[in-house]
Design a protein around this ligand. Structure first.
Ligand SMILES: NC(=O)c1ccc[n+]([C@@H]2O[C@H](COP(=O)([O-])OP(=O)(O)OC[C@H]3O[C@@H](n4cnc5c(N)ncnc54)[C@H](O)[C@@H]3O)[C@@H](O)[C@H]2O)c1
Length: 314
């Protein structure tokens, strides 16, 4: 049985990962400062005797190092980061402290304790604006948001720590991830906006932003299958070939909430906020070669998630 640490494990993706790792037979140590995650997300694993939770800021390298040593950690899944990209567009310091510093702190603790295996949750935002060109893992990184910059810097730090300390790191660059327990993002925002005002849904941007949305169940399957196979630092794009537009999502949310008369008011800009990437595509040949592929298309993932988010609210 492996002792695995999940940093950011009370968040949306992290909590699904904790569920899956327990089912996989690991002993799971979940650390989260609960800045954005909640203990409710861990409802299903909390009672399991192989699951342990501690509230901790993983940017506190000293406490983290002591924890890793004490618990004999074999593998670290690093998902602790800021996930409110609009908030960091207003205050870039958030990305420094929540996204970049947590990575440095985790890498330093791993180095000092001798932990040799890491999974890192990165993002398509590291590629910046590529239009309709499908981004490949070996493309140069050119982020345009503070969030993308903090993730790209984190990846470079991981590369150096891997080289200097014989660490093996599996890095996934996620597309937009959606599913039950969402804590943020367009579906979550639309549901909240229509709950507050059932007459009008105001959309950031002109609704034409079109991105691939991968369901969290598909993503978790890929992480469980591939996290242990890295030799040095191995990077995968993780997503789907298909995409969904913001206007499609707005109409799905309106329909599922039973509010067909609600007016959808679009903005005039192509982007939702400065730093937003209005369209992107992944080249998925590398992850497809492992045998993994998402079961749900982007539109299917959106439809399922709208239902899941609404079920949670009721
Ligand atoms: N959801 C997506 O579409 C998406 C896309 C690309 C990448 N990612 C990455 O995946 C990871 C998980 O994202 P998510 O969508 O589940 O977001 P989330 O906000 O639900 O989860 C992040 C978790 O990290 C915790 N956290 C933040 N700072 C911390 C700190 N200093 N110490 C301890 N815990 C801390 C939060 O409380 C939260 O529970 C993040 O690294 C995010 O950047 C997510």
């Amino acid at each position: 049985m492996k002792n695995v640490l999940v940093a950011g494990g009370a968040g949306f993706i992290g909590s699904h990962l904790c569920d899956a790792l327990i089912a996989h037979g690991d002993r799971v140590f979940c650390l989260d400062d609960l800045s954005r995650g909640t203990l409710n997300n861990l409802g299903t694993v909390f009672a399991n005797s192989n699951f342990f939770f501690e509230r901790m800021d993983v940017g506190d390298a000293r406490s983290l190092e002591a924890f890793m040593r004490d618990k004999n950690i074999d593998y670290v899944f690093h998902l602790a980061a800021n996930s409110d990209i609009q908030a960091s567009a207003r205050n870039p310091q958030i990305e420094y402290s929540a996204t970049l510093s947590t990575t440095w702190s985790i890498l330093s603790a791993m180095r000092n304790v001798g932990v040799k295996k890491l999974f890192f949750a990165s993002t398509s935002a590291v590629y910046g604006e590529q239009g309709d060109r499908a981004s490949r893992e070996d493309d140069a990184l050119s982020p345009i948001s503070y969030y993308g910059a903090a993730k790209a810097s984190s990846e470079e730090a991981i590369r150096a720590f891997c080289h200097m300390n014989e660490i093996n790191a599996c890095v996934f660059r996620f597309a937009n991830v959606i599913g039950s327990r969402l804590t943020h993002g367009v579906i979550f925002d639309f549901v909240n906006k229509l709950t507050a005002d059932p007459t009008t849904l105001r959309v950031l941007g002109d609704g034409s932003q079109t991105k691939p949305y991968v369901h969290v169940s598909d993503l978790i399957r890929a992480i469980v299958a591939l996290h242990n196979q890295a030799n040095g630092m191995d990077v995968y794009n993780a997503g789907v070939e298909t995409s969904s537009s913001v206007s499609f999502i707005a109409k799905e949310v309106r329909k599922e909430m039973g509010l067909p008369q609600a007016r959808i008011e679009y903005g005039t800009e192509k982007i939702g906020w400065k730093g937003d990437i209005p369209r992107f595509r992944f080249d998925l040949s590398k992850i497809r070669a492992t045998g993994w592929r998402a079961e749900l298309t982007s539109d299917e993932a959106v439809r399922r998630t709208v239902k899941e988010v609404l079920r949670c609210k009721r």
